[in-house]
Design a protein around this ligand. Structure first.
Ligand code: ACM
Length: 617
């Protein structure tokens, strides 16, 4: 362990210059206010952790973190000691009992040469701990240093979410925990767990075992881009996976320890082909044979708005609410094709009997029915913005994904809104650059800068309506993400950008500072913690054409400790090529060109895409 600590400390030590020059001291998301003061505080094995709340989750988290990094500090209950005692020196103080106001989830972190003190309640104390951990920069083995400063902080939005689709591809509970870990590091507080869809049902339901016996398995999976050339190719490999209720309880507790609420999503009335494969009586044609969908897109095999369907879904949600204690139950509601309902005499009759206008009215009828049930059980319903179709259910919270229009309309009707528009760079299944060097993705282009620059408050909303925008979320759909490594690659570092949007005021956001001063250290920390991520191209590289006789190149890697290699021979650079060390000046003969191609490679071997500047005279 000590060896690992030394490695991490050495890796992190190099960046103290950047930390010094950065107004936010490297913290992501950027705090409300940071006042730097002179000196540093050292955490050593002799440091005492003093707290008025020894079993507090934030206290447990910090002691575990320090222990894992070779610094086992002793924990003392502040209530049991004389506060004037000399051993208040060299201490970390975590305090929940104090006078004065603190915003929800807010904290104050004060570091002097003697002491690091965090004041905060609940999640606030935990977020103070996260900031403290991000401040740990070390140059020596055996102790950790924190720069002296006073930080006052609170979030911009109460809802800061990250979604994961575990249907198109299944991710085991170890990965779910790793996902929650990285969310907690960046102060995200809602995990939206997309548990059911056309391609699988991934939550055990005791009363209806076929949901997982049948619905969690598909016979094979589409290969490649389903809209592309090899449309009819499948892998001929059965695919399956689900979470038992015991596993879910374990995940819920794990999330709770990190102040993360889980928003479970059970899709209805569309995206339900796996469910009707298990229980055809929930469809409008129970005589038909259904199978779990093997390709991507949207299925026409949707639930029928019948008493049987409602009865089963209510039973399902009863078990879901038993498992997930949070306020929100997500019912999906997106992309429900109406063809099957149009062809159904039952549905046509229901529309007439219930004085509905059309199938959109039927969608609203369905959603309102489920909302009544959810509300009667003391919970709140969330749905994608299609739940506006045919009239919004009375208390629904809307997730605006098809741009902001749905969110705007809902906020204007006094409904709470969570902004998660693909057009705002918050669909992390979109690729991360416009080049052809990104892995297969669903399409779209959402580079880090786009994810960062999104502002969840639309200017068209009145001040009053703006208050209904309770937060922001990014979504990770996994049609083309079959492995944890690719999920992390698509998630990071974009998730850090979205976390800053959720936490930091618009006035404190600064993409240049974020991407050039804070991201390099954050990526080194994530590397040390075992995460994969997309390596940003070095600063100063551009895919561009330069015209002229003399061209200078000046590059900076955007991952701490990474090296840049380049070629001039037209071949893609690798670590066996020339290493960039200092600014270069090229003289280009008249009528000729040279391609300067560069790549960033991190100490752990992660590689950026190749950037090319054609220098032509
Ligand atoms: C969605 O992306 N269909 C919500």
């Amino acid at each position: 362990m000590r060896k690992i600590l030394i490695l991490i400390l050495l890796a992190l030590g190099r960046q103290s210059f950047a930390q010094k020059s950065d107004p936010y001291l490297g913290i992501i998301p950027a705090p409300q206010s940071v006042k730097k003061t002179a000196g540093e505080f050292r955490i050593t094995p002799e440091t005492n952790l003093l707290t008025d709340s020894p079993t507090n989750r934030a206290v447990v988290y910090l002691t575990n973190y320090l222990k894992k990094n070779g610094l086992s500090v002793s924990v003392t209950d502040l209530n049991t000691i004389d506060k004037g005692h000399a051993f208040l020196k060299n201490s970390i103080v975590l305090a929940t009992n104090f006078k004065g106001d603190m915003a929800p989830e807010g904290y104050e972190l004060t570091i002097t040469t003697n002491q690091a003190t965090i004041h905060g309640h609940g999640a606030g104390l935990f977020y103070g701990v996260q900031s403290l951990i991000q401040l740990v920069h070390n140059t020596n083995p055996g102790y950790a240093t924190l720069p002296c400063a006073t930080i006052k902080d609170e979030p911009r939005f109460p809802y800061r979410g990250m979604h994961l689709d575990v249907v198109r591809h299944y991710f085991d509970i170890n990965f779910i925990k790793k996902y929650l870990d990285v969310m907690a590091m960046y102060k995200l507080n809602n995990f939206h767990w997309h548990l059911t869809d056309d391609q699988g049902w991934r939550i055990q339901i005791m009363k209806y075992p076929k949901f997982t016996e049948v619905g969690s398995k598909r016979a094979q999976t589409k290969i490649g881009d389903f809209k592309g050339n090899n449309n009819d190719l499948y892998d001929n490999t059965p695919y399956e996976g689900y979470y038992t209720q015991d596993q879910i309880r374990d995940i819920v507790a794990y999330a709770h320890d990190r102040f993360i609420n889980i928003v479970p999503e059970i899709e209805m009335p569309g995206h339900s082909q796996a469910a009707v494969a298990a229980y055809p009586e929930m469809s409008c044609d129970p005589t038909k044979t259904y199978k779990v969908m093997e390709t991507w897109g949207v299925s026409n095999d949707v639930y029928c708005p019948s008493p049987t369907t409602f009865k089963i879904l209510e039973d399902v949600l009863r078990e879901v609410m038993e498992l997930f204690p949070g306020r929100y139950i997500h019912i999906g509601g997106d992309e429900c094709p109406k063809a099957t309902w149009k062809a159904s005499s039952y549905c046509r009759q229901l529309i007439a009997d219930s004085a509905l206008n059309n199938e959109e009215g039927l969608q609203s009828y369905f959603v309102r029915h489920m909302e009544r049930f959810i509300n009667n059980n003391g919970r709140s319903m969330v749905g994608w913005d299609e739940i506006l179709e045919g009239g919004l259910a009375p208390n629904a919270t809307v997730m605006s994904w098809r741009g902001e229009a749905g969110g705007i309309a809902a906020a204007q009707q006094n409904h709470d809104v969570i902004m998660t528009p693909g057009s705002g760079g918050l669909y992390f299944d979109h690729k991360q650059s416009g080049t052809n060097q990104e892995p297969l993705s669903i399409g779209g282009n959402a580079p880090l800068s786009k994810a960062y620059n999104y502002n969840p408050i639309p200017a068209v909303l009145s001040k009053e309506a703006q208050k209904h925008v309770i937060g922001v979320q990014a979504n990770l759909w996994t049609e083309y993400i079959a492995t944890p490594a690719k999920a992390e690659f698509m998630l990071l570092p974009r998730m850090l950008a979205m976390a800053e949007t959720g936490w930091t005021t618009e006035g404190n956001k600064d993409y240049k500072n974020f991407s050039e001063q804070r991201i390099p250290h954050a990526l080194a920390m994530l590397d040390a913690a075992g995460y994969n991520y997309r390596v940003p191209e070095a600063l100063g590289t551009e895919d561009t054409l330069f015209n002229g006789a003399k061209h200078s190149i000046e590059l900076t890697p955007l991952v701490e400790g990474a090296k840049i290699y380049y070629t001039l021979d037209g071949y893609a650079p690798r670590e066996t090529d020339l290493q960039y060390k200092e600014p270069l000046i090229f003289t280009i003969p008249a009528g000729k060109y040279i391609d300067f191609q560069s790549i960033t490679i991190t100490p752990s071997g992660k590689r950026s895409i190749v950037k090319t500047t054609r220098m032509k005279n």
